[in-house]
Design a protein around this ligand. Structure first.
Ligand SMILES: C[S@@+](CC[C@H](N)C(=O)[O-])C[C@H]1O[C@@H](n2cnc3c(N)ncnc32)[C@H](O)[C@@H]1O
Length: 284
């Protein structure tokens, strides 16, 4: 799709370039904050799965230089003012040590994860992998979030999401499912907003290299109870509709993205193609 046609189809995409955000996702965090005030009185934050960095940009601009913001992603990130970037896998226990070192033993007020694995198009599989990523984020969160702190993560609202609501509910005073207006209505994407962290009594979360996420939470998550939680659409009545196509003024020029991807997965494919080594595999 050409840049101009994407500009028309997706006004958040265009506005992000005009306003200097690296990705349109910035508006999701801005709209979540508008609704829940999650960045109020926050001075230590962990932004998991942060590349290319638009959430970190929002955190940096809202919290200023007195806050400690640590951003983690598998991909390298171009530096952002007031943000410490760590290139690491959030599912790896060593990543926790790297984050903790930055906080000098203090706990975080807020942890967020906008993590998304590469989508396969197989809905059940995508939902399962996304679910695992949220629990990996939650594993870190139980080790670094202060009591009373807040956790926000991207979820796919599939058929088993009520199980996750019930499990998260054990750790927080309130769990809400939020859909920012900048998240397309046609997508299953939403955000789980977990307010008021309450550590499980007599359970000491400890990350261990030889333990799976299931083993980490063993005995803590409980059975198969399910829970419906409040669903809130956020962004305000005047927010742009992310599923609508808008006409652009005739004199509008198409802008380049603020930050080109540092290590896009297609880079390797392009290299292989140049060398004539790209082969098409049949999917059975
Ligand atoms: C939708 S993007 C995040 C966008 C980001 N919030 C922003 O505003 O720019 C999802 C990110 O999740 C990262 N990711 C997926 N699995 C990860 C993992 N296991 N560890 C760290 N990052 C991961 C991907 O590398 C990708 O950059």
């Amino acid at each position: 799709m050409g840049k101009t046609s994407k500009d028309k189809r997706d006004l958040y995409y265009r506005r992000a370039k005009e306003e200097g955000w690296r990705a349109r996702s910035a508006y999701k965090l801005l709209q979540l904050d508008q609704e829940f005030n999650i960045l109020k009185n926050v001075s230590r934050v962990v932004d998991l799965c942060a590349a290319p960095g638009s959430w970190s940009q929002v955190l940096s601009s809202k919290l200023g230089s007195s806050a400690k913001i640590v951003a983690v992603d598998l991909q390298p990130m171009t530096p952002i003012d007031n943000v410490i970037t760590i290139q690491a896998d959030i599912t790896h226990p060593k990543t926790l040590q790297q984050i903790l070192q930055q906080f000098n033993g203090e706990l975080a007020d807020f942890v967020c994860s906008d993590g998304a694995p590469d989508v396969t198009g197989l809905h059940d599989l995508d939902e399962y992998i996304q679910h695992q990523l949220v629990w990996a984020a939650m594993q870190l969160t139980t080790c670094i979030l202060k009591p009373g702190g807040c956790f926000v993560a991207k979820i796919f609202r599939g058929k088993d999401i009520d199980l996750m609501y019930s499990q998260m509910n054990k750790f927080f005073n309130k769990v809400i499912c939020a859909k920012p207006k900048s998240s397309r209505g046609t997508s299953l994407e939403a955000f789980i907003v977990c307010l008021g962290y309450k550590p499980i009594p007599n359970w000491v979360p400890q990350l261990n290299l030889n333990q799976s996420t299931d083993e980490f939470f063993e005995g803590v998550l409980g059975g198969e109870e399910r829970l419906m939680v409040e669903f809130i659409s956020c962004g305000g009545d005047d927010a742009i509709d992310s599923d609508a196509t808008y006409n652009l003024d005739l004199d509008k020029v198409s802008l380049d993205p603020i930050q080109m991807p540092t290590a896009p997965p297609y880079k390797k494919a392009l290299e292989l193609k140049r060398k004539g080594e790209l082969v098409r595999r049949e999917i059975k």
